[in-house]
Design a protein around this ligand. Structure first.
Ligand code: PBG
Ligand code: ZN
Length: 337
């Protein structure tokens, strides 16, 4: 088929004045093609065992790691401010090569889920399913012979997912980038009677520089592991789309691309190609870049946050995981008052 000829903008030099549509703030708001607000956010919350006070995360200014009780309370605070969903990440100092604390029923994530669901049942709870917060080597999978062993990791991910589903998670979010993790988790959930628990598949996860702050803060005592054996090479597009395609075939309900701004092309192509909700993760480094520039007075934090999130949405993300979620909800409240 021959493509139709491009439509020539006839008379563009005289009659057409594109600025007519930009004359006032009201006109611009009325004609805005995309709008992003806190109703489309997912707020990451970090939890660890115990009861102590929250700890600040040095590379993620304004973000903390909480005890399960405090983490649940913070999630509730976000929900009451207008954030509809949270993504829980767990961590423990009790580490071993297989990360078995990750499926301890009294572990921090399961406890936080139970408390949130008791107090704020309509807050959407998504739980990260991975072992890097619990392994002594810092990898997202079990190691053997100098490599991360894909298939040996799957059974562990299944146990974590079932534990989180039993605790009340609405979605589990496998992020280990192991092949077939979605199929295995779907099967395990169904066998355990959790056919209504969804899967947010972290399908296209790049081994990106912007993951740095998250890793620094995960646990400074564990050496930063090179994850390029399982995460995507930032030079690749089709490989990312292939990961998404496979996860959809394996039963994903939602698919995720991360990081977000450095992967807008992937988000846009996934949006065109697949009829499934697309979630983007504005990762720690993306948040830290805006916050660091804001601290120096070089970028205004709110404008930087809103513009980056709008761009991610404009590219095709339905929902965005962002450390700005609670701030955004609060900024919106200020405007109403
Ligand atoms: C690991 C995981 C990471 C993130 C989410 N899950 C770190 C990594 O892969 O390096 C990144 C989140 C962020 O950077 O904010 N399972
Ligand atoms: Zn991991």
């Amino acid at each position: 088929m021959v493509a139709p000829p491009p439509v020539e903008p006839r008379g563009a030099s005289s009659a057409t004045r594109l600025r007519r549509l930009r004359r006032s703030a009201g006109m611009r708001d009325w004609l805005a093609e995309s709008r992003f607000d806190s109703g489309r956010t997912i707020y990451p919350i970090f939890v660890r065992p115990g009861t102590g006070p929250r700890e600040r995360l040095a590379s993620l200014p304004g973000i903390f790691r909480y005890s399960p009780e405090e983490g649940a309370r913070h999630a509730g605070e976000a929900f009451e401010a207008g954030v509809p969903a949270v993504l829980l990440f767990g961590q423990s100092q009790r580490k071993d090569p297989r990360g078995k604390e990750a499926y301890n029923p009294d572990g921090p994530v399961a406890r936080t889920i139970r408390t949130i669901k008791r107090l704020w049942p309509s807050l959407v709870v998504i739980s990260d399913v991975c072992i890097c917060g619990y392994t002594d080597h810092g990898h997202c999978g079990v190691r053997s012979k100098g490599h991360v062993d894909n298939d040996a990791t799957l059974a562990i991910l299944e146990k974590i997912a079932v534990l989180h589903a039993r605790a009340g998670a609405d979605f589990v979010a496998p992020s280990a980038m192991m092949d077939h993790q979605v199929a295995h988790i779907r099967g395990a959930l169904d066998r355990a009677g959790f056919s209504d628990t969804g899967i947010l598949a972290c399908s296209a996860k790049f081994g990106a520089a912007a993951n740095g702050p998250f890793r620094d803060d995960a646990d400074p005592s564990v050496a930063v592991a090179d994850r390029l054996e399982y995460q995507l090479d930032p030079r690749n597009t089709r490989e990312a789309l292939r990961e998404i395609e496979h996860d959809i075939a394996e039963g994903a309900d939602l698919v995720l691309v991360k990081p977000a701004l450095p992967a807008l092309d992937i988000i846009a192509r996934a949006r065109d190609r697949f009829h499934i909700p697309i979630v983007a993760y504005q990762v720690g480094g993306e948040y830290a870049m805006i916050q660091a520039a804001a601290e120096r007075g070089w970028i205004e934090a709110r404008a930087g946050a809103v513009e980056s999130l709008t761009a991610i949405h404009r590219a095709g993300a339905d929902l965005v995981v962002t450390y700005f979620a609670l701030s955004l909800a609060r900024w919106e409240q200020e405007r109403v008052d």
